[in-house]
Design a protein around this ligand. Structure first.
Ligand code: 13P
Ligand code: SF4
Length: 349
């Protein structure tokens, strides 16, 4: 059992020795003990863009979750290997849509609506689903560009299928003027479309998935912070439910939340509805502002948190010794179609 200090030293030594041959990106939701070693931190869009630009690194040790490592593999060259320090770092939302469920849904939706639907998938999805979307002319989206991408989708087709996060899909479409009555829900467990009205009125089909971290923020949490503090600003991620986003003062991607707090006046008060590690980091970086988590129980993303100091050190030692342990390698045909979906997004943002 190594002491923390010893692990830190060994990671620093490997990073120094490998130089530009190693690239270590980290998502904003990663633990501080990991973020301290990151070459870059970012939200999922920034990390995808940075991976696409990096041509030097032989090994990319990705501190984030599985779908992000897959995206990095798709966007980098064949000779660049992507490593995920802990294979258990998945995403419960991405797991809510399998390619089999998606193909089944598509067949039924095409039977109902004909060739009028463009599929869009949040990057929080498997490479196979990105490939499916790419094949049918659609694109990926992230929380930073969902509005622009949904707008683009409607210039192509009359309807969209939005996978796998119903909340991001609903919040984004509503902001663009699509009424709730024009949104249907696809339930992948029962293979049915939940919709009360006439099918011809449907504009958006929302996949019934959600983020188990962001769903924990509630209207009660908002009422509580507004009760406790006067002039409290509430800012939430658009993976939160529609009611929570509507009752908040601001909503936006991880990057937008960080920038809003950075630009906020000294002395202002903020309740943030997003992942715990990021909220704690923002609190530490802004001692001049009153900042709390919107949910007092904080809300960690358990899978993001799988990546810790011991896993990072172990993954780096494996890479350093020339092994490809925990390599994330997307099948080449899937990768080719998924690239189309990702490029349609990256060209527009
Ligand atoms: P962004 O990084 O796009 O804000 O997404 C948040 C998230 O939940 C990542 O898994
Ligand atoms: Fe998935 Fe939510 Fe965790 Fe992001 S915060 S990785 S969407 S479970």
């Amino acid at each position: 059992e190594l002491k923390e200090e010893e692990m830190v030293k060994r990671i620093q030594a490997i990073k120094k020795e490998m130089g530009d041959r190693l690239y270590l990106p980290a998502h904003h939701y990663q633990k501080d003990e990991v973020v301290q070693f990151a070459d870059d931190t970012g939200d999922s869009l920034q990390l995808a863009q940075l991976a696409a630009l990096n041509k030097e690194a032989e090994a990319i040790v990705f501190c984030g979750v599985h779908f992000m490592a897959e995206t990095a593999d798709i966007l980098t060259e064949d000779n660049q290997i992507v490593i995920l320090p802990d294979m258990r770092a998945g995403c419960s939302m991405a797991d809510m849509a399998t390619i089999y469920q998606t193909e089944r849904a598509w067949d039924q939706l095409i039977a109902l609506f004909g060739d009028t639907i463009l599929p869009l998938t949040y990057v929080n999805s498997t490479a196979a689903i990105k490939a499916f979307v790419g094949k049918y002319g659609g694109a990926t989206v992230t929380s930073s560009n969902a509005t622009a991408m949904v707008e683009w989708a409607f210039t192509n087709k009359e309807r969209i299928l939005f996978l796998p996060d119903q909340h991001l899909g609903r919040n984004t479409a509503y902001e663009l003027g699509v009424p709730l009555e024009a949104m249907a829900i696809w339930d992948p467990i029962t293979d049915t479309l939940e919709y009360d009205g006439k099918y011809e009125d449907v504009k958006v089909i929302l996949w019934k998935g959600h983020c188990s971290v962001h769903e924990k923020f509630t209207l009660q949490n908002i009422a509580d912070v507004r009760d406790k503090y006067s002039e409290m600003n509430v800012i939430v991620h658009p993976e939160c439910s529609f009611e929570v986003v509507e009752a908040s003062d601001y909503s936006g991607s991880t990057k937008m939340i960080i920038e809003t707090i950075e630009q906020a006046k000294s002395g202002s008060k903020w309740a943030i509805g997003t992942e715990m590690n990021l909220v704690n980091r923002i609190i530490q970086q802004h001692p001049d502002k009153t900042i709390v988590s919107l949910n007092p129980n904080m809300c960690p993303c358990l899978t993001m948190n799988r990546i810790d100091l011991p896993h990072l050190l172990w993954a780096l030692e494996e890479v350093y010794e020339g092994r490809q342990t925990n390599r994330i390698k997307v099948d080449s045909e899937i990768s080719q179609y998924a690239t189309r979906a990702l490029e349609r997004m990256l060209q527009r943002v």
